[in-house]
Design a binder for this molecule. Structure first.
Ligand SMILES: C[S@@+](CC[C@H](N)C(=O)[O-])C[C@H]1O[C@@H](n2cnc3c(N)ncnc32)[C@H](O)[C@@H]1O
Length: 197
C-alpha cells in the first residue's frame, strides 16, 4: 500500500498523467443530483477535487459559491485554464483536513478512496465540522475491494456506516444505479445530512 500520500505524490501523478480515476466529465450520479438543488447560492465544497468537472458544471449552471480544494496544484491550474472566469479565490490549494470554513454541501467523488484508510474516521468528522447543521455530504463511495494496493482503497457500506453514524442522518446510502460503466455495481450513492449536534 502506498502510505506516503503526500502533495508530491499526487502532484507527480498529475505531471505524469497517471490519473486513471479521472472521468473527464462530471459523473452521472452527481450530475443528476445537482439538478435537484434548490438554490444556486448554496455554498459547495468539492474536496480532493482534481480536475473538478463538477465545479465546472455547477459554474456553468450559474452556481456562484462553489469551492474546490486539492493538495496538488496542477489540477487547480487546469481548472483555471479551462474555466477562466471561475473565481480564483474559490480554488483552495489546501489540505482538506486543514480547511476552516462552513458549507451547505460537500460533494464526494473519488476523494474518500484516495486518502489513507486510517484517516476515514477523521474524514467523517471533518466533513461534519465543515457543514452547517442540516448541511449535506453527497457523493459516491466504492462498495468494493481492489486487487492492487491503493489508492484507490476500497471498503463496504457496513464499514463506512460506522464512520458517518455519529455525525449524520442517512437519507440515501445505497448502490448507485447510474454509475459510469466501469464502476457499475461497485459504487454507493450517499446523501448524508449533518445532525444538528
Ligand atoms: C483519486 S483523485 C480524485 C480527483 C477527482 N475527485 C476526480 O474524481 O477526478 C484524489 C485527489 O485528492 C487529492 N488529495 C489527496 N489528499 C488530499 C488532501 N488531504 N487534501 C486535499 N486534496 C487531497 C489529490 O491530489 C487528488 O487530486
Amino acid at each position: 500500500m502506498e502510505t506516503n500520500l503526500s502533495p508530491d505524490y499526487w502532484q507527480t501523478r498529475y505531471k505524469n498523467a497517471q490519473t486513471g480515476w479521472d472521468l473527464g466529465a462530471v459523473s452521472p450520479p452527481l450530475k443528476a443530483y445537482t439538478h435537484q438543488l434548490s438554490s444556486q447560492k448554496l455554498k459547495i465544497l468539492i474536496p480532493g477535487a482534481g480536475n473538478a468537472y463538477e465545479a465546472e458544471y455547477l459554474h456553468q449552471l450559474g452556481f456562484t459559491e462553489v469551492y474546490v480544494a486539492d493538495i496538488a496544484e496542477s489540477p487547480l491550474q487546469a481548472l483555471k485554464q479551462r474555466v477562466p472566469d471561475f473565481p480564483a479565490e474559490h480554488l483552495l490549494h489546501q489540505n482538506f483536513f486543514e480547511i476552516q470554513d462552513t458549507f451547505d454541501l460537500i460533494l464526494e467523488q473519488t476523494f474518500f478512496c484516495a486518502i489513507n484508510p486510517e484517516l476515514r474516521p477523521a474524514y467523517a468528522k471533518k466533513c461534519a465540522e465543515l457543514l452547517k447543521p442540516g448541511g449535506k455530504l453527497v457523493g459516491l463511495l466504492f462498495n468494493t475491494t481492489f486487487e492492487n494496493p491503493g489508492p484507490p482503497f476500497g471498503g463496504s457500506a457496513e464499514e463506512y456506516r460506522v464512520y458517518f453514524e455519529p455525525y449524520f442522518h442517512f437519507r440515501t446510502f445505497a448502490p448507485a444505479y447510474n454509475s459510469v460503466k466501469p464502476r457499475a455495481g461497485r459504487e454507493l450513492f450517499m446523501i448524508l445530512e449533518r445532525k444538528e449536534n
